[in-house]
Write a protein that binds this ligand. Structure first.
Ligand code: GUN
Ligand code: ZN
Length: 439
């Protein structure tokens, strides 16, 4: 029964409601369930109940009803790998990874020494991603501790669950002006972790950019920090481009493979997030699987920068923990809808058509599981935090005419996954409050 106080704050959202009973990669599309006349009851920022509209309307008669008609209510999107400081250089032309970093990324990241610029871009990034329905992201910051403070401050004010960390680089492969040291990376990361981790909905991630821009001493120092704080995540890049892998071999001649440059220094554990992970050796696959580290698929980035085709079929069959991400701004979009479309296209090139239920799983519960937050976000079940997206499945004439011919919900939702943009994001709820609403 409700008590009078909480009843005042209850919101009852009605529409078509999607939730996951399991993992569609393991159990098939039936692991994703859509209640055609469904409802979600939100109280104090959490999902208290969900199910058939009729039952919830009867059980919570005083809740404030928000009727979304035939729109699809689903968990907010979880973007498992982004660089918020690259917002301003998204869609930069003509370079592959190493040249792209040197030409566009590093000069832009230098600007984050200025706290007011970091504040401005953090707000801009969170505004843009809100309009695209992303409620949680794991973001790299820059080497400047202020860039981490800026991001966490902005996310905290918005009540968002986010993960972020100071990007560490101490090798002369990174430009002067964008370098720390092994000791300062340890000290700054530790201070930021102590300041922010576990505050409200914020989590810290230890963030060596990638082994080519760190010395072994820095990797060892960050591995030691992680050993002291195994409760936090660690995010980095792995085997994105063939040229990069050759470079890693030349910088770490004693390493068995790229993954070994992390493993040797204490940076391979559960809670590791490895962005891209395209060109993996058999040993690397086995070790990543054994430790249950997460692989983060960044399809728009992998095509945009010309990196390669992630092996979704092989890696999901082998039981890897896989998240989906935009990789803003190596990725060419802020939108997880566009990212699902790209994941579909990349998998098609490897002869594995991903089902709409699998794509939606990757963008919500799958990424949440990769980030080890699957008990808090990424699904619509009682006890989960109330981060929700409401999708208009007929947001443009081209999508509407295709959806109108659909025989089932998956055929109705697929055109929005392939062709949708921020116009399809009708509403976004964060922590139980409506933050974007279109009428
Ligand atoms: N590898 C190291 N840094 C980066 C980055 O900022 N973006 C991408 N896509 N790959 C990287
Ligand atoms: Zn990245």
């Amino acid at each position: 029964m409700q008590n009078a106080t909480s009843a005042n704050t209850d919101s009852l959202l009605t529409g078509q409601v999607l939730h996951f009973d399991g993992n569609p990669f393991e159990q098939g599309q039936q692991a994703a369930k859509v209640e055609r006349r469904g409802a979600v009851l939100i109280r104090d920022g959490k999902i208290l109940d969900s199910g058939a509209t009729e039952r919830l309307v009867a059980e919570y008669p005083t809740a404030q009803r928000v009727d979304y008609g035939d729109h699809l209510i689903l968990p907010g999107f979880v973007d498992a790998h982004v660089h918020y400081p690259q917002t301003g250089i998204i869609a930069s032309w003509g370079k592959r990874l190493i040249d792209w970093l040197n030409s566009y990324t590093f000069p832009e990241e230098m600007r984050f020494a200025d706290r007011s610029y970091a504040d401005e871009i953090a707000e801009r990034y969170l505004d843009l991603t809100l309009s695209h329905g992303t409620t949680t992201m794991a973001s790299y910051c820059t080497i400047h501790p202020e860039s981490v403070d800026a991001f966490f401050t902005a996310a905290q004010q918005r009540g968002q669950r986010v993960i972020a960390g100071k990007t560490c680089m101490d090798r002369d492969t990174a430009p002067a002006g964008l370098r720390d040291t092994a000791q300062s990376a340890y000290d700054d990361s530790k201070a930021l972790l102590d300041r922010w981790h576990g505050v409200d909905r914020l989590s810290y991630a230890i963030t060596p950019r990638f082994s080519p821009t760190s010395t072994p001493e820095q990797l060892r120092a960050l591995g030691a920090l992680w050993g002291e704080h195994p409760e936090v995540l660690m995010q980095t890049h792995l085997s994105e481009q063939v040229d990069e892998i050759e470079w890693v071999k030349s910088l770490y001649p004693g390493a068995r493979d790229y993954l070994d440059t992390y493993e040797a220094y204490g940076l391979l554990r559960p809670g590791g997030l490895f962005g891209h992970a395209i060109h993996l050796e058999p040993r690397e696959r086995d070790r990543l699987r054994e430790v249950e580290a997460a692989l983060i698929h960044c399809p728009t980035s992998n095509t945009f920068i010309g990196s390669g085709l992630f092996d979704m079929d092989g890696l999901s069959r082998a039981g890897h923990r896989i998240g989906l991400a935009t990789d803003t701004g190596g990725g060419s979009s802020f939108s997880m809808l566009r990212t699902m479309a790209s994941a579909y296209e990349v998998a098609q090139l490897r002869h594995r058509p991903l089902h709409a239920a699998e794509l939606l799983y990757l963008a919500t519960a799958g990424s949440a599981h990769a980030l080890r937050m699957g008990d808090k976000i990424g699904n619509i079940t009682p006890g989960m935090e109330a981060d929700l997206v409401v999708l208009d499945l007929a947001s443009t004439p081209d999508i509407a005419q295709r959806a109108s011919q659909a025989d089932d919900i998956w055929e109705a939702v697929f055109p929005t996954l392939m062709m949708g943009d921020d116009r399809a994001i009708h509403s976004v709820w964060i922590n139980g409050s409506c933050r974007k609403a279109v009428d």
